[in-house]
Design a protein around this ligand. Structure first.
Ligand code: CA
Length: 411
């Protein structure tokens, strides 16, 4: 999801992940809530007009609009910050997504080469964003944007930001760029293959196939080019990688380090860091003066990364370091790279989507009614997980990890 935090101060999730990890809250609104919503919308009409939304557009799309209070509940419940990073990455960068991504690289080779020539962003990075944001177009989200943005314009803690996005969405429809029914997306208002917010669409969407329309919903070349354009504007350097995994010396003090604390590679070298494969930091086209920040999202025992300017560009797409790492790691896997050299410091690793589906199948076999096997762990799957954890004497936290999967396989 593009750029939501910078504009608004919160963190919003990718549709692919929201689908996989988030549980939908009930959206029913009380009569009082509906009355509040009507009166809020009436009060917004003047601002909408000032923002270029005609009275007839406003009427057409807000008359009869119902608030969806589920999206307000999700505003404070972002998976990037709620789940352990090893769970987050296990679902987003699994073998399936790598294999699917390689197919997409082949299928869209010419488009991606053209995108790289025009915007200077390589194919693997663009495809990685696509894979994480919408599972390569399979998962756009199902929330009508005008409804979710209308609701968030009137309830919750970031109304001014979402009003701007609501007006942008209505301008897009009014201008005939996309139809309102095409504007469905993740709950927070991002839509299409690479989950642009409406205001980002207005600023950066590109008509790459040359049909005169900037269509990020049904035209893959437009969506891929727009993503590359976003990254280019965010400062992408075509000659540099996002960064790389590094090995810390024993006893390294992480305090004060982070993405923003950039130091030249020469300084990291003198402090004892090496690349994970043991090679020097300033290699592969990087020079000793190249600035890099140090990320160690699970502390000194877990994998560490030196991140360059391009990681900041990925970060600006969705304002979460875990998100940036997912894109970065997937892009490396698409280039043929392997898992991180240092494993996450846990004895209960996260599950891939295939393992999540296996877990769901095992839960059903034990008599739990969790709905269909889809790899998405919703409320019913979590309730079943808690019940099984309780039976097995595990911590009944509802988390799907390797330990539970193995116990159910054995049982
Ligand atoms: Ca087009």
């Amino acid at each position: 999801m593009t750029n939501a935090r910078r504009s608004g101060g919160g963190r919003l999730g990718a549709a692919a992940l929201s689908g996989a990890l988030a549980c939908a809250a009930a959206g029913a609104a009380s009569a009082q809530t509906e009355a509040d919503f009507r009166s809020c919308l009436a009060g917004l009409q003047r601002a909408a007009k000032a923002a270029g939304v005609s009275a007839s557009t406003w009427r057409e799309h807000t008359a009869g609009l119902q608030p969806d209070m589920g999206v307000v509940a999700r505003l404070d419940d972002q998976p990037e910050f709620r789940v352990p990073i090893w769970d987050y990455l296990a679902a987003l960068v699994d073998d399936e997504r790598v294999a699917d991504g390689r197919r997409m690289l082949a299928e869209h080779r010419e488009t991606l080469a053209g995108v790289a020539r025009r915007f200077g962003v390589d194919a693997e990075t663009v495809v990685a964003v696509w894979g994480v944001e919408s599972d390569y177009g399979r998962s756009f989200g199902r929330t009508p944007l005008v409804q979710s943005l209308g609701t968030l314009s009137c309830f919750g803690r970031r109304q001014a930001f979402f009003r701007g996005e609501l007006f942008a969405a209505l301008r897009i429809v009014q201008g005939g760029h996309l139809q309102a029914q095409q504007l469905v997306g993740s709950w927070a208002g991002a839509f299409g293959h690479t989950q642009f917010m409406p205001s980002t669409y207005e600023r950066l969407a590109v008509d790459f196939d040359g049909d005169g329309r900037r269509d990020l919903v049904s035209t893959i070349p437009d969506a891929l080019a727009s993503t590359a354009h976003f990254l280019q504007k965010a400062g992408w350097r075509s000659a540099e990688p996002w960064g790389f995994e590094a090995r810390l010396p024993a006893g390294f003090d992480l305090r004060g380090e982070g993405r923003r604390t950039k130091r030249p590679l020469s300084e990291w070298t003198s402090r004892g860091l090496r690349r994970a494969d043991g090679s020097p930091l300033a290699s592969g086209g990087l020079v000793p003066a190249t600035p890099a920040g140090l990320l160690a999202p699970a502390g000194p025992q877990g994998p560490a990364f030196l991140v360059l300017r391009n990681f900041d560009a990925l970060f600006s797409y969705n304002a979460a370091e875990s998100y940036g790492l997912a894109i970065a790691h997937l892009s490396d896997r698409l280039r043929g790279g392997g898992e991180f050299a240092t494993p996450w410091p846990t004895d209960d690793p996260g599950l891939s989507r295939a393992e999540r589906r296996e877990l769901q199948t095992l839960l059903i076999a034990r008599g739990h009614d969790i709905g269909e096997v889809d790899g998405r762990l919703g409320e019913r799957s979590r309730a079943a997980i808690r019940a099984e954890q309780q039976r097995l004497g595990h911590d009944a936290n509802g988390r799907a990890g390797r330990r539970l999967l193995q116990a159910l396989r054995a049982g």
